[in-house]
Design a protein around this ligand. Structure first.
Ligand code: ARG
Length: 457
């Protein structure tokens, strides 16, 4: 028998049950649901809808039920449609008649919104923390090889030499924005819908801010209909994860490239690579491929949720139950990726000689030749044309650029440009990859990460 059976003369058809039960996936919300119920009890006591004794009995019983879930001894009854009804049914079985008062002035509609906000708040904190851990692991790679350089690419063609630290810090900076975005979303999640009832509030004298304060929410809902139908917080969490996932996929792709024989810029620790069932020599960067591949799942979960939400009439509709699996899935998998990628970067050996040889490719000095000429007063377009012609000549004649340049009038003044690393040395503009500018950015980035760490708590 379900908890709402009063109005019905026939039980639910099995096909509808299979379609609509959610306990099979929403049981993971048990701790947050119980937290919400305890705060609701506090609100009922404050409103004198429960005596102090009744309140204490209910809170103690909720604790017993939490323990049952935590130890795996909770037994689902056939009528337990979702986590909320399962807990209420069990509390009533354990506490007796007072259990029947737990749902006073509450609907599953405000209850589920509350529970899911509590879950999302914690999940966003966990993901933000793991994102910061990964950002720090990336910065640490650069700090392990302070002088290492590699070619910076555009269009995946060698463009200009850069410092390794500058390169990995670019990823870390994206992760710092992700962290800020996760925390911004957490702020908008942290509003209590409890007390909205089914959709329009209640005639009973509850004060929603009592439960909201007990749950550490920053405020309470302004409009009960919005409170039970709003899933913006789920959409925002899924977007923040999807964009984070896109960034992780770019790092994954880069690690795949770096660990190929063709690039050979990096080696991952054995614990972060896998072998082949057939080819004995293989050492595969599966961690990086999965970091790349999971982005599809995160984007899919976001688009699935938005599609479910579009066109829904106010206020609660059962469609909303479809909010949970995409959220649980994205949270679970992004935490897997963040942890494994962090380990992979910690284990990474950067083959700095190989990367330095690539970054000392003298064609990368073409822009520096042009910039010397600009320094001497030549308009940039002419300087670009001049340097481009020298590159073309070197390629056509199979000569080094250095030779071709030296053969131009006064060509010796360019010789110093061809010393290894001089391109990077000469780069001084703010935010650039140079030995003066880059450490300043790194200091600032460390500060940003530290401030975010304080914000996460
Ligand atoms: N399991 C439901 C959900 O996740 C709980 C709310 C059900 N409310 C209702 N009026 N049927 O959305």
């Amino acid at each position: 028998m379900t908890l709402w059976s009063g109005r019905f003369s026939a039980g639910m058809d099995e096909t509808l049950w299979n379609l609509s039960e959610s306990f099979s996936f929403d049981h993971v919300l048990y701790a947050h649901d119980i937290e919400g119920s305890k705060a609701h009890v506090a609100g009922l006591v404050a409103a004198r809808l429960l005596s102090e004794d009744e309140g204490e009995t209910l809170v103690a019983t909720l604790e017993v039920v939490r323990e049952e879930f935590a130890t795996g001894s909770f037994e689902r009854a056939a009528s337990d449609e979702d986590i909320h009804m399962a807990i209420e049914r069990r509390v009533t079985a354990l506490a007796g008649p007072v259990g029947a008062k737990l749902h006073t002035a509450r609907s599953r509609n405000d209850q589920v919104a509350t529970t899911l906000r509590l879950f999302t708040r914690d999940a966003l904190s966990d993901i933000a923390r793991a994102t910061l851990d990964l950002a720090e692991a990336l910065m640490a790679v650069g700090e392990r090889y302070p002088d290492a350089t590699l070619p910076g690419y555009t269009h995946l063609q060698r463009a200009q030499a850069v410092l390794l630290s500058h390169h990995v810090n670019a990823h870390a900076l994206a992760l710092s924005r992700d962290t800020a975005r996760l925390l911004d979303a957490r702020g908008r999640t942290n509003i209590s819908p409890l007390g909205a009832g089914a959709l329009a509030g209640t005639s009973l004298p509850i004060v929603p801010s009592v439960a909201a304060a007990a749950l550490g929410f920053d405020g309470t809902f302004l409009n009960s209909m919005d409170a039970v139908s709003d899933r913006d917080f789920v959409a925002e969490a899924l977007f923040a994860i999807a964009l984070l996932g896109v960034h992780l996929s770019r790092m994954g792709e880069e690690l795949v490239l770096w660990t190929t024989a063709e690039f050979n810029f990096a080696v991952l620790g054995d614990a972060f690579t896998t072998g082949s069932s057939m080819l004995p020599q293989k050492k595969n960067a599966d961690v990086a491929e999965l970091a790349r591949g999971k982005a599809g799942r995160f984007i899919g979960n976001l688009t699935g949720l938005l599609t479910m939400l579009k066109g829904l009439p106010l206020s609660y509709n059962r469609d909303l139950q479809e909010d949970k699996e995409p959220l649980f899935d994205s949270v679970r998998h992004v935490l897997f990726v963040l942890a494994a990628l962090r380990g992979a970067y910690d284990s990474l050996t950067f083959k700095h000689e190989v990367a330095a040889a690539a970054s000392n490719d003298e064609l990368l000095m073409a822009i520096d030749i042009a910039e010397v000429l600009v320094g001497e007063g030549m308009p940039f377009r002419q300087a670009h044309e001049f340097a481009g012609r020298l590159v073309g000549q070197a390629v056509r004649e199979g000569r080094t650029l250095r030779d071709v340049v030296a053969a131009t009038p006064d060509g010796e003044r360019f010789t110093a440009l061809f010393l290894d690393g001089s391109g990077i040395e000469r780069r001084t503009s703010p935010g650039s990859s140079g030995p003066v500018a880059a450490p300043k950015q790194a200091d600032e980035l460390h500060l940003i990460l530290r401030e975010l760490r304080v914000r996460v708590k």
